[in-house]
Design a protein around this ligand. Structure first.
Ligand code: ADP
Ligand code: MG
Length: 684
């Protein structure tokens, strides 16, 4: 943060040759500041202990007195094994050195010595990796030594020496980065001291203190960026200020076939408020599967059209696009709102027509896949973009739309609830609305895990439900990275079930079918012409057939928790009791645990939390879409408490007028300037 040390090349540190500087660069270290901020990821404990209580195989540093002459066995020219009796109070042990026979002359009985090595309790033997004689020059014993992540020609020892050298030369120039009141509030040590201590703590507690301060600092600056970015977005006021009559929207809501939940009402209120404001809305709507997000989107799009603008609803699959188009058409029919569809599988001619209609404003609301944001798609006046079922669709699309001279409000909807821990990092630059309840009258889905040997009984169960008028999904085994094999599985299961259920119609759905074929199957299933639908995961998100009450998932251990929850969410959407049957023969504890979580809870937030615990944040999001920032020091899971503090402090600061004007805050504003918060529309 001290600009001076950032501008200073790492070459300024004694001992950093041009060749070493090149190596350091591969570690991301180019300036003195970066070197000082190259924090150790752990410490090696060279503090002297006594051997009682040391576990087998543990590395330990002891102090002792040599008790015998060393005995050396040579193997060939340079290989050797040397051993010596050592009295390390209260034990007599054997110290063993490999290939260090050159030390022999210094090992005299009675000599005091400090030894570090691996302890073998059974043999009462220490395999020595480092020996130190009193008065030696490079004393490590008694300290915690930092361990850095190093590669290539850079060794741990060189790194230790170089960081130490860097601190000796430039440590005094390390300036405080945090505002004084925050340092005082938490009783943090000054930055200079923290930098020194994190590399060379006297004890574990001190290392922790230093780390805590630096973690806070890192998270504070991260949060400051997010909050300043949002504040600037709002001030800029270059969005669409939708003008519509709330009464019209109320009317629309009254015309719905059901009563909105309180959550839905509240969230619609939040969105309508944003739509009316001149700033650009950037809002995330999260709600569990089946919570009723579609109708929230429908109300928002309705308001947009009433304000004389067009709306777009972007979804990840064509099946979902079709479904949303049909339900919006039904809802908007009485109001003469025109709904269009734009997907990748339109003919050229159809596509040209839709695009022309959008440009002329003949279509009010368009539903589509990624095809929506291609270059030749232009709107007459785009006011709102809703993206459904995406973790992190927003950012890039927004940039694309802006490039086209459009600056619509954006609403992102997701049914993968983001655990609180991640939400404030992953979505820190968004406003978040949450649907906390499901519509009334839903019965919790009953979930069972059974082995593959129970297939007959599962088939019997499906037969019972379908005979009672319900419908069933059967999801086929998943084969990683191979759509072709997935399809083959679907074909096999379809053949098998068609044979088992001669009295019902068994449908088939997979990714290799044409859009027309898929549509036809979905339509038939929706209208209960097909009772059992065998499918790959193409129906994973969004599909809504309330009469379906059975979800059977083959090979359930191959799916992630959130994915299972999504799939399960295809049932339990109507008034009937629904069931989810997970077929699996779990081989390990994690797999068992995943199934257990599924049978124990229906709560998507809880499942997301457990998923995160079991997989860690990287896997949880998948790497590409994650949008998760990488921190030098902070760990999103274990440092969550600090993250919350940093967030509140940053929010408060940004909200205060002094932040934008006072001289004291200038360094922080300069930091934001360097990070280009003031002119970017995106935040990475
Ligand atoms: P999701 O949040 O998973 O996208 P949907 O929007 O598909 O959920 O809604 C699930 C089902 O619940 C749909 O059939 C929808 O018509 C219905 N629904 C939505 N809101 C309500 C409500 N307030 N009362 C009753 N049913 C509702
Ligand atoms: Mg949905």
């Amino acid at each position: 943060m001290s600009a001076g040390l950032h501008a200073m090349s790492v070459r300024a540190v004694k001992g950093v040759t041009p060749a070493k500087a090149k190596e350091l660069e591969t570690l991301g270290i180019d300036s003195v500041a970066k070197l000082l901020e190259y924090y150790p990821f752990r410490y090696e404990d060279y503090r002297i202990r006594d051997l009682t209580g040391v576990k087998d195989g543990e590395k330990v540093t002891i102090q002792g007195k040599l008790y015998s002459e060393p005995s050396v066995q040579m193997y060939g020219r340079s290989k050797s094994r040397m051993s010596c009796k050592v009295y390390a109070d209260p034990l007599f042990i054997t110290a063993v050195w490999f290939n260090r026979h050159f030390l022999k002359d210094r090992l005299k009985p009675g000599q005091e010595i400090v030894l570090t090595g691996k302890w073998d309790g059974r043999r009462q033997q220490l395999t020595v990796s480092e020996s130190e004689f009193p008065g030696g020059s490079t004393s490590r014993s008694g300290t915690l030594q930092p361990v850095y992540s190093v590669t290539g020609a850079i060794t741990q020892n060189w790194m230790r020496k170089t960081v130490q050298q860097g601190i000796a030369q430039f440590g005094d120039l390390v300036a405080e980065a945090l505002p004084r009141p925050l340092v005082d509030k938490y009783g943090f040590m000054p930055r200079k001291q923290a930098i020194y201590r994190i590399h060379h703590p006297d004890d574990v507690e001190e290392g922790k203190q230093a780390r805590r301060r630096l973690v806070y600092e890192e998270l504070f600056f991260f949060q400051l960026k997010l909050h300043a970015f949002r504040a600037i977005q709002r001030k800029r006021a270059d969005g669409v200020a939708h003008e519509f009559d709330n009464e019209d929207v109320r009317n629309f809501v009254r015309g719905l076939p059901f009563k909105l939940t309180d959550s839905q009402k509240k969230v619609i209120g939040e969105i309508l408020h944003d739509l009316k404001e001149p700033y650009c809305m950037n809002r995330l709507l999260q709600g569990d599967v089946g919570a009723g997000k579609t109708v929230v989107a429908a109300a928002a799009l309705f308001a947009t059209v009433k304000a004389g603008c067009q709306g777009a609803l972007m979804v990840p699959t064509e099946i979902l696009a079709e479904q949303h188009k049909r339900s919006l058409e039904r809802l908007y029919e009485p109001y003469g709102i025109v709904v269009g569809l734009l997907t990748g599988s339109l003919t050229d001619r159809q596509r040209r027509d839709v695009i022309a209609s959008l440009h002329m404003g003949l279509i009010d609301v368009v539903v589509g896949t990624h095809a929506l944001i291609q270059d030749d798609v232009l709107f007459r006046k785009l006011g709102l973009v809703v993206t459904d079922e995406q973790h992190r669709f927003g950012v890039n699309q927004r940039t694309v739309l802006r490039r086209k001279g459009m600056n619509p409000d954006v609403l992102t909807m997701t049914a993968t609830p983001i655990p609180r821990t991640l939400a404030i990092t992953a979505f820190g630059d968004l406003d978040v609305s949450t649907l906390r309840e499901l519509p009334q009258g839903r019965k919790p889905i009953k979930t069972y895990a059974v082995g593959h040997d129970k297939l007959e009984r599962v088939i019997g169960f499906i037969r019972g439900e379908v005979s009672a008028g319900r419908q069933a999904y059967v999801i086929c085994p998943l084969i990683e990275e191979s759509e072709k094999l997935d399809v083959q599985n679907a074909l096999d299961v379809h053949a098998q079930l068609s044979h088992a259920f001669p009295e019902f119609r068994v449908g088939l759905l997979h990714g290799r079918m044409s859009t027309q074929e898929k549509d036809e199957v979905m339509r038939a299933f929706k209208e209960n012409e097909v009772q059992v639908l065998v499918s790959t995961t193409v129906i994973e998100v969004g599909v809504d057939v309330p009469n379906a009450t059975v979800m059977v998932i083959y090979d359930a251990v191959r799916f992630g928790l959130s994915q299972l929850h999504q799939l399960r969410g295809r049932v339990g959407r109507g008034e009937h009791q629904s069931h989810c049957i997970l077929i699996a023969d779990p081989k390990n504890e994690t797999a068992k645990e995943r199934l257990r979580v599924m049978t124990e809870t229906n709560d998507g937030f809880e499942i997301a939390r457990r998923d995160l615990e079991l997989r860690g944040p990287g896997d949880f999001f998948g790497t590409k879409q994650s949008g998760l920032p990488e921190f030098k020091l902070a760990d999103m899971m274990s440092d969550f408490d600090i993250m919350e503090l940093a967030r509140d402090d940053a929010a408060e600061l940004v909200a205060s007028p002094e932040f934008w004007t006072s001289a004291e805050m200038l360094p922080l504003r300069e930091f934001l300037q360097r990070e280009q918060i003031f002119d970017g529309e995106r935040l990475d």
